[in-house]
Design a protein around this ligand. Structure first.
Ligand code: UD1
Length: 363
């Protein structure tokens, strides 16, 4: 059974790693790995392949950056001949990035079975490019693998037949659990002169937060308050870095002595950094899940989340982008450590194994 597996952007790499490993263990499965090249910087891509032992991609489409239409179209144009040449039994896509929908569309139009891992998540915010990618990918997928109960409800409501949908747990958490011991050996705290629980970590890259100077400005006002209390380490996404100067906020960032902007980090250093933080301030999807398992407060700088289990059974709080609300939530984090005994069902490190076993039914 030949499966073409797609990865393209940073959050895909942690999800594809345990799947490639699980497929590699099963002689009935012949996995091929296609990297679309949506992310291409050394520390947005290559470093993750090395640290997570992901096999070299069999094919790299090298599409690079572009507007949504250009990027999606380029991926489709370059992926179609690959499917025609390799004639896979299925194409597997993960997450909600442009590479996910682009390769999904190519597969179904060529009559190839489409598998979506991390299906069913909904923010109900159509202003997010990822929400469009999720809704569209789920609507054309043949097999939908879901991480949390809300995903099952969403797909049922949208009329997806039960037999296509499987609650299997979270492949991103497979990777976290497999790498925790190695991450503990990272010396990043010493290098940055930080003490456990006495610093915060920030990550921001959503267009709604970093493209609008008003919103980004309000968030920076909150960061200014927090950095007077403890250092904030801010591994900055290339999109955010490009924007800072463009929207006139670079000086504001430079003026905060304890807001420490660093390069995007590799997986192991970033895991150590978040695992030992007092709290994480973020607009990422994956970090809401990772901080839940790490038992670290997560303040999500958005008005909604597609991952509600991280609030019900985790350490996540939605704090929006108003300065006062962010500061109030931070003050709460300072008062007590988060609960550590709440783990969403099936987030046990075995999700990829379950997925591989289910797919074997088609072998
Ligand atoms: C993409 C995903 C988002 C995911 C994020 C994680 C979509 C719609 N969005 O957003 O869901 O959370 O990745 O990182 O697919 N750039 C570089 N080097 C790189 C990659 C990007 O400099 O290796 C710059 C490019 O100039 C580009 C910008 O970052 O303009 C944005 O990259 P892109 O992949 O389009 O989207 P992200 O904002 O990273």
């Amino acid at each position: 059974m030949k499966i073409i597996n797609i990865c393209g952007a940073r959050p895909n790499f942690m999800k594809i790693a345990p799947l490639m490993r699980a497929f590699g263990k099963r002689p009935q499965i012949q996995p091929l790995l296609v990297h679309t090249g949506q992310h291409y910087d050394e520390n947005m891509s290559n470093l993750f392949f090395k640290q997570l032992n992901i096999p070299e991609p069999d094919i790299n489409l090298e599409v690079g950056s572009g507007s949504h239409a250009v990027q999606t179209a380029e991926i489709m144009k370059k992926f179609e001949p690959i499917v025609l040449e390799h004639k896979p039994d299925m194409v597997l896509v993960v997450g909600d990035v442009n590479s996910t929908i682009a390769c999904g569309l190519v597969a179904v139009k060529l009559g190839v079975r489409l598998v979506h891992v991390e299906a069913g998540l909904r923010s109900f915010d159509r202003g997010m490019p990822e929400e469009i990618n999720r809704v569209l990918t789920d609507s054309i997928s043949d097999d939908l693998f879901v991480t949390e109960p809300s995903g099952m409800e969403n797909l049922k409501r949208e009329g997806v037949p039960d037999e296509r949908v499987h609650l299997v747990g979270n492949v991103m958490i497979d990777t976290l659990r497999a790498n925790l011991d190695k991450a503990r050996e990272s010396d990043i705290l010493a290098r940055l002169d930080l003490k456990p629980r006495q610093y915060a970590v920030a990550t921001l890259h959503r267009p709604s937060n970093v493209d609008d100077p008003k919103v980004f400005g309000r968030i920076l006002d909150a960061f200014d308050h927090i950095q007077r209390d403890m250092p904030i380490v801010f591994p900055m996404h290339p999109r955010t870095l490009h924007n800072l100067a463009k929207i006139g906020l670079k000086d504001r960032v430079d003026s905060m002595k304890r807001l420490r902007v660093i390069e995007p980090q590799g997986y192991l250093d970033f895991l150590r950094l978040t695992g030992d933080a007092c709290c994480v301030l973020t607009d990422s999807g994956g970090i809401q899940e990772e901080s839940t398992i790490l038992g670290v407060w997560c303040l999500t700088l958005r008005e909604n989340t597609e991952r509600p289990v991280t609030i019900d059974q985790g350490t996540n709080t939605l704090v929006g982008t108003q300065t006062d609300r962010i500061i109030a939530a931070y003050d709460q984090c300072r008062k007590a450590p988060p609960p550590t005994d709440r783990v969403p069902a099936l987030w046990d490190g075995q999700a990829a194994e379950r997925i591989a076993d289910i797919l074997l039914r088609y072998a």
